[in-house]
Design a protein around this ligand. Sequence first.
Ligand SMILES: Cc1cc2nc3c(=O)[nH]c(=O)nc-3n(C[C@H](O)[C@H](O)[C@H](O)COP(=O)(O)OP(=O)(O)OC[C@H]3O[C@@H](n4cnc5c(N)ncnc54)[C@H](O)[C@@H]3O)c2cc1C
Length: 384
Amino acid sequence: MHYLIIGGGIAGTTATEELRKLNTNADITIISEEEHPVYSRVLLPHYVKEKIPRERVFLKKETWYAEKNIEWMTGVICDYLDVRNKFVRLSNGREVEYDKLLIATGGEVRTAPFDFAQGINERQISYFRTLADSDHLVTLLSERDASTQGYVIGGGFIACEYINIFAHFGIPTTVMLRSDRFWSRVFDEETGRLVNQRLLNGNVEIKKSQTTNYQLPTTPSILGIGIGIIPDFSWLRDTGIKTNIGILANEYLETNIPDVYTAGDISEFQDVVVNRQVNIGNWMNAQMQGRHVAKVMLGEREPFKLVSSYATNVLGLEIIFVGDTDRSAAEEIVVRGSVLDGGVTQLFLRNQKLVGATIVGRNSDRQPITAAIRDQVDKSDFLG
Ligand SMILES: Cc1cc2nc3c(=O)[nH]c(=O)nc-3n(C[C@H](O)[C@H](O)[C@H](O)COP(=O)(O)OP(=O)(O)OC[C@H]3O[C@@H](n4cnc5c(N)ncnc54)[C@H](O)[C@@H]3O)c2cc1C
């Protein structure tokens, strides 16, 4: 039996590790576009802030793959899939057959359209997804001087990372938001105000309603762009694999095509906890899906079940997303706390159950909320 894993991030590598653990004889191949062994994207901001050395971001040594008898192909992209004859083609022309295929290809950064004639130097632009992106940012930071200004486009997790990094190095920062607040499609006004207040207290300038014509300076600065990730489905064309925001999968992480599975940021799976098809982009979800899908590929028949969360901070203000935070899919939203209290929690409810929450400055809410979502506690019991 040949197990083929596309994508050497945390989802793909965890699946690979679990497959080997549970089946010592299987042929396992992992295809990785990036040249390095698997590393922690969560640790990248710590590396950029010089809190840890570069080598600490790696989760495996280069020798690990051979030691585990795993075929590891790096620096190649899988650019064609034939699900009928069960093989993939790689960017180096090689074809690889499979019995079971896992697609764990994550997402690519969404790029911002710039008119470089405006005078922006392309080299000053930073994206933040990979170790290579981080190396570039480290170089830009090493070239800074007293006149360096930090500009951030975006209002999500990566924008928070840029703000923290610029603050760490004492670089004056301007953030450009699409609307008037961070996570404009998720946060209510009060939560948005809480985050904005923290930024203003930290001397971060906020420019609101920046959509097409970003108010950028023409002098060289560091411009960090964090406007989300997008999946690459181009090589899945003509395969019949169903996609939406991500690759559609059932609760077992199986796609609609036999022997093709998906896990991590690229998957849009049937979440049995919140009873909805969801796409979740966090480390815990990617890692646990990788582990789970390996078992399913080996024949176990358990649905994937997890209430995952993404916890970060901006200038020390803790921001946590738990479960299903899609505002448009919530039937009711209950807000606890206020700017005056220093913390706001939004509870997202559907079918009389708690399905998700955003928790800003109220860390102690995290554990009971996670438990209530997991245990599908009735709304009245939880709110009461
Ligand atoms: C800077 C940063 C900080 C973060 N901090 C946090 C945090 O604090 N907490 C948290 O929960 N989450 C955090 N995240 C998000 C988290 O890291 C991701 O959710 C997680 O890494 C997703 O893992 P994945 O394996 O699904 O995808 P990825 O990590 O994107 O891995 C997919 C891999 O597949 C490769 N690939 C893609 N297409 C192909 C192809 N066709 N052929 C071959 N290879 C291919 C890609 O190059 C990539 O290496 C952070 C992310 C970043 C970028």
